[in-house]
Design a protein around this ligand. Structure first.
Ligand code: P1T
Length: 385
């Protein structure tokens, strides 16, 4: 039984899309197909799959499910968020130009600046919270706008609808990295983007035990090219990772609601604390793009960044004193994490850029988990004291 994405709600699709009971035994949970290869009845004649790099039944189930959650006709599972990002750039050729956020995940910056630029694709980094900056940066050879919103780590928000309109007028595509919001809180394709990308390592998988990535699109030409890249490059999601991520999607909605419920309370608590300089959370009235956040997102998510009073030593002491929060890179898992972007996730961004973006010694990033709210607040209270 197919579940039409236009006829069912998010929670229903997360549990059923791409996951009909299997035909042979009626297994309610689709089996995990680890097989790398599939029998052919005569050379070149097979049912649906020939080799698992090109396609695998478990991966297909996962891809159909994630596509439906993004309101997309086509979905692709990758071995990491960086593999998905890399594939988007592989749609381009030498001499093409990409405009990306100035603030974004440090690993994406490193991938663009130190790896993919070697193959002749040019990258410009601009502040896309102001769409006039996009108009000014567009060139005749601009083929793609890479938009991370909210950004990692300073949670800047860009207007997806406006950016898409401007980019499309110039014939450039728009890819949105939707990692921080997950498909539950933000639907970039509905706002005009051509592709949506995720690090599935974060909220999509949500349990910090899979590294994965996703691309979803409604454009059949792009889907055909991405499918070709998956088959040719081999950066696809493994069957087991696909199985785990699909299992996790079933609870994405409840997890996202719980993350946000806790994050809202944490943001308010931090904002009122004497040892906190400034809090960045899209759900706070004080956030510079709070109005846009309310308009384009269905919620504000579980990521909070803040500046602690003092210097690196105070920031470091705070992070080491936490107990419910684990000091570690990554985000979006059920457990709370804390990290220092300047030293950890954004160390590959040049210091000069970090300073300009406000990624300073006192900037701390929280991924608020879904533990008991009281324990989370008490943990922060103790560490800030
Ligand atoms: O780690 P990987 O699955 O390859 O995803 C890369 C990536 C892409 N986009 C965003 C917005 C991300 O945050 C990430 C990964 N980020 C971290 C590991 C981090 O701690 O910020």
């Amino acid at each position: 039984m197919e579940f039409d994405k236009n006829k069912y709600g998010f929670e229903t699709l997360a549990i059923h899309a791409g996951q009909s009971p299997d035909a042979e035994f009626g297994a309610v949970i689709p089996p995990l197909h680890l097989s790398t290869t599939f029998a052919q009845t005569e050379p070149g004649k097979y049912t649906k799959y020939d080799y698992s790099r090109a396609g695998n039944p478990t991966r297909t189930s996962y891809e159909q499910c994630i596509a439906s959650l993004e309101g997309a006709d086509f979905g692709f599972g990758f071995s990491s968020g960086c593999a998905a990002t890399s594939t988007v750039i592989q749609l381009l050729k030498a001499g093409d130009h990409v405009i990306a956020n100035d603030d974004m995940y440090g690993g994406t910056y490193r991938l663009f600046n130190s790896v993919l630029s070697k193959f002749g694709v040019e990258f410009s980094y601009v502040d896309l919270t102001n769409s006039e900056n996009l108009s000014a940066a567009l060139q005749d050879n601009t083929k793609l706008v890479w938009l991370e919103t909210p950004t990692n780590p300073t949670l800047k928000i860009s207007d997806i609808k406006e950016i898409s309109k401007i980019a499309h007028q110039k014939g450039a595509m728009v890819a949105v990295d939707n990692t921080f919001m997950s498909p539950y809180f933000q639907s970039p394709l509905a706002l005009g983007a051509d592709m949506v990308v995720h690090s599935a390592t974060k909220y999509i998988n949500g349990h910090s035990d899979v590294v994965g990535g996703v691309i979803a699109t409604n454009n059949s030409d792009l889907a055909e090219q991405i499918d070709f890249l998956v088959k040719s490059v081999g950066a696809m999601s493994s069957p087991f990772d696909s199985f785990l991520a699909m299992r996790s999607l079933k609870t994405l909605a409840v997890r996202m609601r719980a993350h946000e419920e806790n994050a809202k309370v944490v943001a308010k608590f931090l904002e009122s604390h004497a040892n906190v300089e400034k809090v960045l959370y899209p759900g706070l009235d004080s956030h510079p793009q709070h109005a846009l956040a309310k308009e384009q997102m269905k919620g504000f998510g579980g990521m909070i960044t803040f500046y602690i009073k003092g210097g690196l030593s105070e920031a470091s002491t705070f992070m080491q004193k936490l107990k419910v929060f684990t000091l570690a890179e990554s985000l979006g898992g059920v457990e709370s994490l804390v990290e220092h972007p300047g030293i950890m996730t954004h160390a590959s961004v040049p210091k000069e850029n970090r300073d300009k973006l406000g990624i300073t010694d006192t900037l701390i990033r929280l991924s608020v988990g879904i533990e008991s709210q009281e324990d989370i607040i008490n943990d922060l209270k103790n560490a800030l004291a």
